[in-house]
Design a protein around this ligand. Structure first.
Ligand code: FES
Ligand code: FES
Length: 165
């Protein structure tokens, strides 16, 4: 019997018949659903290129069985912007040159969104670097990435303060 999976992906509920119960979340996103913004780097949990949010938490999609995510909310890089309006983390990566070739960038951005939501790193560059250490950049754009995460944190803090005032 073909297992069926219910996922909400970037806000849209989907029911998916899974031909192969061993499929990873990464392969499901890229190969079945065409969401190729999520990248496959190492396919073994070492590079972070495949980072997505599952119920708001950072997950390496290459290490996760799609079936194990039944009922969950998945956010990929395609789901961050609101129309033409970039997410503050996306805008900050552009402003601070947080990339060169761009291959690691979707994973870096998703990881940064998760890190900011965790609220553990705040505006401490060392803690930001530590919090982002699961995301490898072969172009070594780390200085820009750290600056981008710090700026996005400031932006989002300010926006939250304005909202609650
Ligand atoms: S592709 Fe998943 S961690 Fe490298
Ligand atoms: S921008 Fe090239 S791997 Fe990070």
């Amino acid at each position: 019997m073909t297992p069926t999976l219910n996922l909400t992906i970037n806000g849209t509920p989907q029911t998916i018949a899974l031909d192969d119960p061993r499929a990873t979340l990464l392969d499901l996103l890229r190969e079945r659903l065409g969401l190729t913004g999520t990248k496959k780097g190492c396919d073994r949990g070492q590079c972070g290129a495949c980072t997505v949010l599952v119920d708001g938490e950072r997950v390496n999609a290459c290490l996760s069985l799609a079936l194990s995510q039944d009922g969950k909310h998945i956010t990929t890089i395609e789901g961050l912007a609101e129309g033409e309006q970039l997410h503050p983390v996306q805008a900050a990566f552009i402003a601070h040159d947080g990339f060169q070739c761009g291959y690691c960038t979707p994973g870096q951005i998703m990881s940064a969104v998760g890190l900011i939501a965790e609220g553990e790193a705040g505006l401490d560059p060392e803690r930001v670097r530590e919090g982002m250490s699961g995301n490898i950049c072969r172009c070594a754009a780390y200085a820009g990435i750290t600056e981008a995460v710090l700026e996005a944190t400031r932006e989002m803090d300010t926006a939250a303060e304005r909202k609650s005032a």
